[in-house]
Design a protein around this ligand. Structure first.
Ligand code: FRU
Length: 510
């Protein structure tokens, strides 16, 4: 008995040491985001299979566990109760004889239309693209097809459907990224699929048999590159108007270079999407360089539209950013809303409210006039800034804030009154030798009379939401020493600050 007790004591000491050893450096490598989702190790790109079920938000993601560059694609998996803290789960889907598992979505098959249900849990059905590398190497164009898999245990284990592929390829090289949803009016599943540089819609009664319904976009929006990762959903403005939003990621030629996300606003009758705007209109979801392949959660509570994107730029440098054991993070989850602008309905976005639970006690900056520069913080590395400038009372030609370190590196966010645009300038923000496309200024047109800024700053990223999220910019940066100082600045005149708040943020990894 005594020996057993001693053994238990000994084991518990070892165990405690292991736990302590893990906690100390866990998720603390250089540039590892502290309040954003990142995979524990290896490569990550697109968010996949975003679904809310039984109290959990699932986040699957394009994942290559063995290297920090793109490779054979798996679906990594994590769950969260609050969209902020994540529990890492084992890999959900592995490549098989039909190919790598490319991007896709998950639905809750509430009515068991698929017939997969056997017990009390509703089937979660994943719809994804198979990418066959053998066919690609052989130069065949029919390399991509759509497959399905299901889980009857809240997403913990997955069975691939024996009848895969459910949509074979007719010869389109790029034929991928199904984002399925249930269309109540027609009592059908609808699948938006990116095909080359347009969108195709398919419908199905059971997730297994799919019929082509329509195509959209051959002449609409931006066509600088391949269309990827669509999302398609209805959303209501506060005036009661409902619109259908088609999110369409585009691999190249986005507003500020490389990959980005455009969207369309219109109407859907169960078969066809009709664009409200002239075909030449392009609406951009984010004006930064580092928000790609974002889509929204299926079945989120209160019919909220919660969006998350991959914080990198596929076309420009995704595989060469400085990082060690892992590569890439997601944006913070953002709630999308619809509002009426002078040019028609548009999307706004703001971080989900749960993010506020990460705030440490804040520091208030009162009503004040700024001439040239004012330091407002010299401590926090990951933080949130909320700043409200009165533009009508300000006569400066440029107003904004700067993140700085002792090495003279800096990242600037500003409003240029002459050009009428907001911008992030990362040209002096630190390491940029990994890509000649990195050291740039990213801007967005802005004509409003107010400049209300909310910025979420992690140790290597910034997400700025301007005027209640009507403009968003997401950018990475890699200072040689983390930015710990923040100043407000003006050029050629004064700025009137109505109010400001600065919060340090808690890290999410334990
Ligand atoms: C977008 C994308 C998708 C594809 C996946 C492959 O980043 O190219 O179109 O399914 O990544 O990893």
């Amino acid at each position: 008995m005594r020996k057993i007790l001693v053994n238990i004591l000994f084991l518990s000491i070892i165990f405690t040491n292991i736990v302590i050893a893990q906690t100390k450096d866990y998720y603390q490598e250089k540039y590892r985001p502290q309040f954003h989702f990142t995979p524990e190790k290896g490569w990550m790109n697109d968010p996949n299979g975003l679904v809310y079920y039984a109290g959990e938000y699932h986040l699957f993601y394009q994942h290559y566990p063995d290297k920090t560059v793109w490779g054979p694609m798996h679906w990594g998996h994590a769950v969260s109760k609050d969209l902020i803290h994540w529990e890492l789960l084992p890999i959900a889907l592995f490549p098989d004889s039909l190919g790598y598992i490319f991007s896709g979505s998950i639905v809750v098959d509430e009515k068991n239309t698929s017939g997969f249900q056997t017990g009390k849990e509703k089937p979660l059905v994943a719809i994804f693209t198979y990418h066959d590398m053998e066919k690609e190497k052989a130069g065949r164009t029919d390399r991509e097809s759509q497959g399905i898999a299901y889980s009857l245990d809240k997403g913990r284990t997955w069975t691939k459907y024996k009848g895969n592929p459910v949509i074979p390829n007719k010869g389109d090289v790029d034929f991928r990224d199904p984002k399925v949803f249930w269309h109540e009016l027609s009592q059908r599943w609808v699948m938006p699929l990116a095909v080359g540089q347009h969108l195709e819609l398919f419908t199905s009664p059971n997730l297994k048999d799919w019929t082509f319904a329509s195509s959209f976009g051959e002449n609409d929006g931006s066509h600088g590159g391949v269309w990827e990762c669509p999302d398609f959903f209805p959303i209501k403005a506060s005036d009661g108007t409902e619109k259908w939003i088609l999110i369409q990621n585009i691999g190249r030629g986005a507003v500020n270079g490389g990959s980005g996300t455009q969207y369309f606003v219109g109407h859907f009758d169960g078969k066809t999407f009709k664009n409200d705007n002239p075909p030449s209109t392009t609406l951009w979801l984010d004006y930064g360089a580092d928000n790609y392949a974002g889509v929204t959660w299926f079945n989120a509570p209160n019919q909220d539209r919660i969006y998350i994107g991959w914080m990198s730029n596929w076309d420009d440098y995704a595989q060469s950013t400085p990082s060690s054991t892992w590569r890439s993070g997601m944006t913070v989850p953002r709630k999308l809303t619809l509002y009426k602008s002078a040019e028609g309905y548009k999307l706004a976005q703001s971080p989900v409210n749960q993010i506020n639970t990460l705030r440490n006690s804040g520091k208030m900056i009162g009503k004040i006039e700024i001439n040239s520069e004012l330091e407002i913080d010299s401590q926090h590395i990951y933080k949130e800034l909320i700043i409200d400038f009165d533009l009508e009372k300000s006569d400066a030609t440029e107003i904004g804030f700067v993140l700085k370190n002792a090495k003279n590196e800096q990242l600037v966010f500003g409003y240029d009154k002459i050009k009428k645009e907001v911008f992030i300038d990362r040209t002096r923000s630190g390491i940029s030798t990994f890509s000649e496309k990195f050291s740039k200024i990213h801007s967005a047109p802005m004509t409003a009379k107010n400049l209300k800024i909310r910025a979420l700053i992690d140790n290597a990223s910034i997400e700025v939401f301007v005027n209640d999220g009507k403009i968003a910019l997401t950018d990475l940066f890699f200072p040689t020493e983390y930015f710990n100082k923040t100043t407000l600045y003006t050029k050629n005149g004064k700025a009137v600050l109505r109010s400001g708040m600065i919060y340090g943020l808690k890290r999410i990894w334990k």
